[in-house]
Design a protein. Structure first.
Length: 465
């Protein structure tokens, strides 16, 4: 039987021989980690032992107020694991992109792309609820101890447990993890694994470990030219983890457009409006049965001082400020929820793999929320990692390391291109020297389907190899 270990005295503790062992441990049971766990459960042999570990109880994660924009490609991934929350999503059939106070706009259409929707809007909690329906119920360490030793094949869902690596093992030895209930003074437990996947990234924070590493440059004409050159050559951005806080905060809220009719096509249209301070997005939300008003999730990116002002001003003043920034294309827009603010920024780990450890999702990169690409990129990370492990599955350390190395190389272009595009979009219209270039770009997208269709395809599916 497995036993607990005494409090840690160092970083290289050797686990007792009776310590339970799994083949793959996933840290982080958010949407990306949970999706990966379910994909691996479906694709790998039944004898494979998987552990999904999270520091929060499910109810804590479901309180997240964020609204997510899931691409068509993400719908296909979630449907594979029967976790698509079909009764909680609102389809996006068109996207209207414009620049405030200047020429330049474009429309993206699901009909033009031959898909049922360009994307889908869903609450973070509703998405997690769909995943939790498919995952096995959370287990405690005592319940794991009650199972046979060694552990049999299957998916073990462990929470709430904080997890850290205490021994990275040798060339052919498993990694040793220490698990402990948050806030507990109990000594905790050890778990061994042949492969460790870090999927816990959370939202952007300027205090993450990458903050002390190299800084990503701000966009300028020279930086833009260098970035595009590297992307087209497939060159790596840098070797060290890089991070940069944006000069923008996001104001999140729910608003309604009471003047829209029940059958108005604008109910299924998302809006991305670029202002001098940052992008402003309105995402259509599913309304309750019988509710005739059109509901939208607002993501308003602006200067930090402006975000604080918008959060604290009275409702009437906020409604007027929103109308001024967004325009009158939806008629009156009125606030219908509390307001939240978040700091924005980007972080990027060029090297996501080391030995039998790998990062995916927000643990590998955090993006600006413009175009809603962060979670979609993370779900593509999860899908391709699961496919790579299926194709080269072996519990042998050397084979696992090779599979992870190949996956890291395979994901490089999609990660870099999506990072580059979203960073460019978030800043291009805020810089006087480049804003006019952005307006011309929108006009070209609107007039030339040969440009518009590849752009929309990348937003839906990422960069395919």
């Amino acid at each position: 039987m497995a036993t607990t270990i005494p409090p840690l005295d160092g970083e290289h503790l050797t686990a007792p021989l009776s310590t339970p062992e799994v083949d793959i441990a996933i840290i982080g049971a958010g949407p990306v980690g949970s999706t990966l766990a379910l994909l691996l459960q479906a694709l790998l042999p039944e004898t494979c032992r998987l552990a999904l570990i999270d520091a929060q109880a499910p109810s804590q994660r479901q309180q997240d107020p964020r609204t997510l924009a899931l691409a068509e490609g993400s719908r296909l991934i979630l449907q594979q694991i029967n976790a698509w929350p079909h009764d909680k999503v609102m389809p996006i059939r068109q996207i209207h992109i414009s620049r405030a106070g200047r020429p330049g706009r474009t429309h993206l259409s699901a009909n033009e792309m031959g898909v049922p929707a360009l994307g889908y809007v869903v609450g973070y909690g509703a998405l997690l609820e769909g995943l939790l329906r498919v995952l096995p119920p959370p287990q405690t360490w005592a319940e794991i101890n009650a199972t046979a030793s060694p552990l049999s094949g299957g998916l073990y869902h462990l929470r709430p447990y904080q997890c850290r690596v205490v021994n990275e093992g040798g060339a052919d030895q498993p990694l040793t993890l220490h698990l402990q209930i948050p806030g507990s003074e109990a000594p905790g437990h050890t778990l061994r694994t042949q492969c460790l996947i870090q999927a816990e990234g959370g939202v952007f924070s300027p205090n993450t470990p990458a903050s002390s590493a190299s800084r990503l440059p701000r966009i300028s004409t020279a930086a833009l030219s260098a970035c595009l050159s590297k992307l087209t050559r497939g060159a790596e951005i840098a070797d060290a983890p890089r991070q940069r806080a944006s000069n923008q905060h996001a104001v999140l809220a729910e608003v309604v457009a009471p003047d829209l009719g029940r059958d108005d096509s604008r109910r299924w249209q998302a809006y991305e409006r670029f202002t001098a301070e940052g992008p402003l997005a309105l995402l259509p939300k599913r309304a309750d049965t019988g509710d005739t008003m059109a509901h939208y999730s607002l993501v308003w990116c602006c200067l930090p001082a402006r975000a604080t002002q918008l959060k604290n001003m009275d409702t009437a003043a906020f409604n007027q400020a929103l109308t001024t920034a967004f325009g009158s294309r939806l008629g009156r827009l009125t606030l219908s929820s509390t307001r939240h603010t978040y700091p924005l920024g980007v972080s990027y780990y060029p090297q996501i793999q080391q030995g039998r450890q790998i990062r995916i999702g927000n643990a590998a990169q955090t993006l600006h929320p413009v175009a809603g690409q962060g979670l979609n990129l993370g779900l593509r990370d999860a899908l391709e990692l699961a496919q790579a492990l299926r194709q080269g599955w072996s519990s042998e350390p050397v084979a696992l390391c090779a599979a992870l190395q190949q996956l890291a190389q395979q994901r490089r272009v999609d990660r870099q291109l999506t990072l580059g595009l979203t960073t460019l979009m978030s800043e291009l219209f805020t810089l006087p020297g480049l804003a006019q270039l952005g307006s011309h770009g929108l006009l070209l997208l609107d007039q030339w389907s040969v440009l518009r269709r590849p752009f929309a395809a990348h937003m839906m599916y990422g960069q395919r190899q």
